[in-house]
Design a protein around this ligand. Structure first.
Ligand SMILES: [Zn+2]
Length: 285
């Protein structure tokens, strides 16, 4: 019996991604702090607020956010709660945000965090079923939910219902970070059900550190996570693109042949042995 598990780039077993909302002035300090530690984040911005927040200028976003490998994503032009807006209003708020950010920064913007209100397949299934089709039509690649943490290190099946691991105010945050850092996915050390690649997905708002006067919490979080060889530090879109590419691998019926039809080099673990497969390559295992 063969078991195969995705590994992150360079064969790493864990990944860390952050998602911070609203594009407020405090995002500047958040970006500067993360840059000191080499940790990557997705900044979910409102197109209507670009150039409206002190210090968070287009120049700063270009040089210290995009230029340092972070991502910007949509959060609604006017932060409309999609569960209460009519679909046509939600479509407009999402599309206007995409168009505005893409024009302001000259890049493709396909990521999203749901604005304002709880949108989450488990908590508001009817609203989610109404919203999801138009996000697909608007070519949104992934959407981070609001209204609860998943308290786990798993990957989403549905990237338009991407429930994060924990908000930075989650009372068990430090406990989660420690158990994540202590995980050892080496073959033989855990059951096959526990050998899959892991993701720690942290979210929040930078202005919460400012309002609660607890920027030291961010420093403590970064100190624990930073500089680990077994962690892939990535934006939400980098996670989405890597996982989607991995899920596109083509296998023979008996799993002995693996073909990589994507443009990404991919890693996986097969029965405790690490494999790397280049774009267009076919492996006989
Ligand atoms: Zn928001």
């Amino acid at each position: 019996m063969r078991y195969q598990f995705m590994r992150w780039p360079e064969g790493r077993s864990k990944a860390l991604t952050l998602s911070y909302d609203d594009g407020a002035a405090a995002d500047k300090r958040l970006a500067e702090t993360l840059n000191r530690y080499g940790i990557k984040c997705t900044f979910n911005l409102l197109s209507s607020r670009v150039e409206m927040e002190e210090g968070l200028t287009k120049e700063f976003i270009h040089s210290e956010i995009l230029g340092k490998g972070h991502e910007i994503a949509t959060h609604g032009a006017y932060h409309r709660g999609l569960d209460v807006a009519r679909p046509i209003e939600g479509i407009r708020d999402t599309l206007d945000c995409r168009l505005g950010l893409e024009k302001a920064f000259g890049i493709i913007v396909r990521g999203m965090a749901f604005p304002d209100r709880t949108v989450n397949k488990a908590k508001v299934p009817e609203a989610y079923a109404r919203i999801r089709p138009f996000l697909e039509e608007l070519e949104i690649a992934y959407a981070r939910t609001t209204g609860g943490d998943n308290d786990s290190f798993g990957l989403p099946e549905d990237f338009l219902n991407w429930v994060p691991t924990a908000h930075h105010k989650n009372p068990k945050l430090m406990e989660y970070i420690d158990s994540f850092l202590n995980l050892d996915l080496s073959a033989g050390k855990c059951y096959c059900a526990a050998r899959g690649a892991r993701l720690f997905y942290l979210w929040g708002h930078a202005f919460e550190f400012e309002n609660n006067k607890n920027w030291d919490l961010l420093e403590r979080i970064c100190e624990r996570f930073a500089g680990r060889e077994d962690i892939y530090y990535a934006t939400n879109m980098e996670i989405y693109e890597y996982v989607t590419a991995y899920r596109s691998l083509i296998h023979s019926a008996d799993n002995a042949i693996v073909y990589n039809p994507t443009l990404k080099t991919l890693w996986f673990d097969r029965d405790g042995k690490e494999y790397k497969i280049a774009p267009g390559e076919t492996l006989h295992i």
